[in-house]
Design a protein around this ligand. Structure first.
Ligand SMILES: [Zn+2]
Ligand SMILES: [Zn+2]
Length: 308
């Protein structure tokens, strides 16, 4: 037994070194992914203006082309606006909050992070890539070179939304307005058609990926969960079911309320204004999060809180 201990420790330390190497890799590769996304989007825009806009002017006139240009610029602006804000906005971490403020907000469902040496609120997770506890953490995004959490999650979802719209628009206009693209047999040997064809295939692929990713995050927002918490919640629900109880997510305030809370939109036009670019600081602090009170639950439903 005494001889086995060092072997296990060695194995553990190998695993730790491998994990920390991977974390460092994810951290350093992030800016290249951001740059790659920007280059591909700009290449799509270049192809659109070079091949599609000139063809629309020829086929439908200048006015119709102006409408297409205005719409494509609106999509492009929003894609970059949300990408840049998601990348350069801090997701919100416990290290940015005064220690006294954290201590006074601490309740029974908080945990303790030994790495940050601070309290860890519900829905916060320690990111091994950023080496900090991120408030309301969704995931660490290599395409944004940043953690996605309380402050920048809305930019992330809006980026997915505008990428979904933009790639669909791009694929449709390339298909309709690039001569020969809808007749693939005619494309052979014409080098002028290769770039539009490549961008068309790329747009279709991105659109399909966005259908899955954006759809997934819409469902998460509507059900009041984050990506990491979804896994925890699933196991809590299974445990409650096995015990003959029904688990209720205490952070699910209702679909519309979750949406308003996530995008920080209020007033009668919230269902429309959530898509607009906004730099306003998100309301709230990320550690004192609104949740359903047990007394508001319908009769016959139990609630299992975070941390239990
Ligand atoms: Zn931590
Ligand atoms: Zn991170």
């Amino acid at each position: 037994m005494a001889r086995k201990q060092p072997a296990e420790s060695k194995c553990e330390s190998c695993l730790n070194s491998l994990t920390s190497c991977l974390d460092r890799g994810v951290k350093y590769v992030g800016p290249f992914f951001v740059a790659l996304a920007v280059i591909l989007i700009l290449l799509d825009v270049y192809t659109f203006f070079k091949h599609v806009v000139t063809e629309i002017v020829r086929q439908s006139g200048l006015m119709v082309a102006c409408v297409h240009v205005a719409w494509s610029l609106w999509l492009l602006f929003n894609v970059f606006w949300n990408q840049m804000h998601c990348t350069f906005t801090s997701p919100g971490t416990t290290l940015e909050v005064r220690e006294e403020a954290l201590q006074s907000a601490m309740t029974y469902d908080w945990r303790w992070c030994r790495k940050c040496n601070r309290g860890k609120p519900p829905l916060a997770h320690h990111c091994s890539v950023c080496n900090r506890c991120v408030l309301k953490m969704d995931h660490h995004c290599v395409w944004m070179a940043n953690c996605v959490g309380f402050n920048n999650y809305r930019f992330f979802v809006l980026f997915l939304f505008y990428m979904w719209m933009g790639s669909l628009y791009s694929a449709v206009v390339f298909w309709l307005h690039v001569p020969g693209l809808s007749r693939l047999d005619d494309m052979g040997g014409d080098s002028r058609g290769l770039l539009p064809f490549f961008m068309f295939v790329l747009s279709c692929s991105i659109w399909m990926a966005m259908c899955v990713l954006f759809g997934w995050h819409v469902w998460l927002v509507l059900t009041g969960q984050g990506t990491i918490d979804y896994l925890d919640n699933s196991s809590r629900a299974a445990e409650a079911r096995a015990a003959g109880r029904r688990w209720v997510n205490p952070y699910h305030l209702g679909a519309a309320a979750n949406w308003r809370e996530t995008f920080d939109v209020w007033g009668p036009w919230w269902w429309l204004t959530w898509v607009l670019p906004s730099r306003r600081r998100k309301l709230g602090n990320g550690y004192d999060i609104k949740k359903v009170s047990p007394k508001d639950l319908p009769p016959g439903q139990d609630m299992v809180f975070q941390g239990i």
